[in-house]
Design a binder for this molecule. Structure first.
Ligand code: PMP
Length: 285
C-alpha cells in the first residue's frame, strides 16, 4: 500500500481524506504538477515548482508550502514508497469552507495539498518510444487559459478516449486550423534538421519538458522554429513528437492515418529523447 501526503501528514492511501466540499472536487478549482522520478531522483523539480507558483498566482490561490518543504515531501514520498522509476503527482486546491458557493471561500481558508507516487518501472525504457505513437486530430474546445495547469481534465480525458476508440494512442487538438497541443503533451513536427512547435501563449501549457528539450535541441545544433502548424503540414513532416514530464520525448509515427516518413520514429527524435534523458538524469535531485 502506498504512503501518500495530505495537508502535512504522511498516511496510508486508504486513510487519506479530503472534504466533499473541497473546491477541487466541486469546481475543478485546483492546480497540479507531475514530476518524474528516474534512478530514485526528481527530474526538473525546479521547473515544476516554479510553474506551480505561477499557476497558483494566476488563480489568486495561496501557496501552502515553501519550495524547500515541497522538495522535502517529494523526496520523502520517493523514499517511503521505494520509487526508482515513476511519477509524483501533486495537487493543490482552494480547499473548503464547508459549503458550496461560486464565490471564493474566506481568505483564511487553507488550500488542500495532496501528493502521491506512481511506480512506473520501465518509464525511461518505454517500448512505446521505440514503436512511436499513432495519433488522431480532434477539435480543441477547452477554455482559454491552458497555460494554467488546472485539474479541469475532462476534455483531454475525452480526447484520449476518442483516440483509444479509433485504435490510436493519443490526440492532437486543433483550434482555428492550427495544432495547439496533445491531450497531455506539447506537439512538434520535424522537417530535416528543423523542429517546429507552437509558440507559448495562453492557448497551450508551458511544458517544463518543452523548455528543456528546445534548449538541448539548440545546443545540439538543431534548428527551432516556434510557429503554428496545421495537421496537413504535420502529415507531410519527416518526423513528429510530443513532450511531457512522464513521456519525455515521444515519437509520433502516424497522424490521422497518414504515416510519417517510413512509419518509424526516424532519426532526430530518438536522438533528442536520448539527449534529454541523459542530461536530465545528470541534473536530477
Ligand atoms: N500540454 C498539456 C495539455 C499537458 O497536460 C502537459 C502535461 N501535463 C503538457 C503539455 C506537457 O507539460 P510538461 O512537459 O510540463 O509535463
Amino acid at each position: 500500500m502506498r504512503t501518500v501526503y495530505v495537508n502535512g501528514e504522511y498516511l496510508p492511501e486508504t486513510e487519506a481524506k479530503v472534504s466533499i466540499f473541497d473546491r477541487g472536487f466541486l469546481m475543478a478549482d485546483g492546480v497540479y504538477e507531475v514530476t518524474s522520478v528516474l534512478d530514485g531522483k526528481l527530474i526538473d523539480f525546479e521547473g515544476h515548482a516554479t510553474r506551480l507558483s505561477r499557476s497558483l498566482n494566476e488563480l489568486e490561490m495561496k501557496n501552502p508550502i515553501s519550495k524547500a518543504d515541497l522538495l522535502e515531501v517529494h523526496r520523502e514520498l520517493v523514499r517511503l514508497n521505494g520509487v526508482d522509476e515513476g511519477l509524483i503527482y501533486l495537487q493543490i486546491t482552494r480547499g473548503s469552507d464547508g459549503d458550496r458557493d461560486f464565490v471564493y471561500p474566506a481568505e483564511d481558508t487553507e488550500p488542500t495539498i495532496v501528493m502521491f507516487t506512481q511506480n512506473k518501472p520501465g518509464l525511461a525504457d518505454n517500448p512505446a518510444a521505440k514503436r512511436g505513437a499513432r495519433i488522431i486530430s480532434i477539435e480543441d474546445i477547452r477554455w482559454g487559459r491552458r497555460d494554467i495547469k488546472t485539474v479541469q481534465l475532462l476534455y483531454p480525458s475525452m480526447g484520449k478516449m476518442m483516440a483509444k476508440k479509433a485504435g490510436c494512442d493519443d490526440a492532437w487538438m486543433v483550434q482555428d486550423g492550427f495544432v495547439t497541443e496533445g491531450t497531455s503533451n506539447n506537439a512538434y513536427i520535424v522537417k530535416g534538421n528543423r523542429i517546429i512547435t507552437r509558440a507559448l501563449s495562453h492557448e497551450i501549457l508551458h511544458g517544463i519538458t518543452r523548455a528543456a528539450v528546445l534548449r538541448f535541441a539548440k545546443e545540439a545544433q538543431m534548428e527551432v522554429e516556434e510557429r503554428n502548424f496545421t495537421i496537413e503540414e504535420a502529415k507531410e513532416a519527416d518526423e513528429a513528437f510530443t513532450t511531457s514530464a512522464s513521456g519525455f520525448v515521444m515519437p509520433v509515427v502516424e497522424i490521422d492515418g497518414a504515416s510519417l516518413g517510413d512509419g518509424t520514429p526516424g532519426r532526430l527524435v530518438p536522438r533528442l529523447r536520448e539527449i534529454y534523458l541523459d542530461e536530465m538524469r545528470k541534473s536530477a535531485v
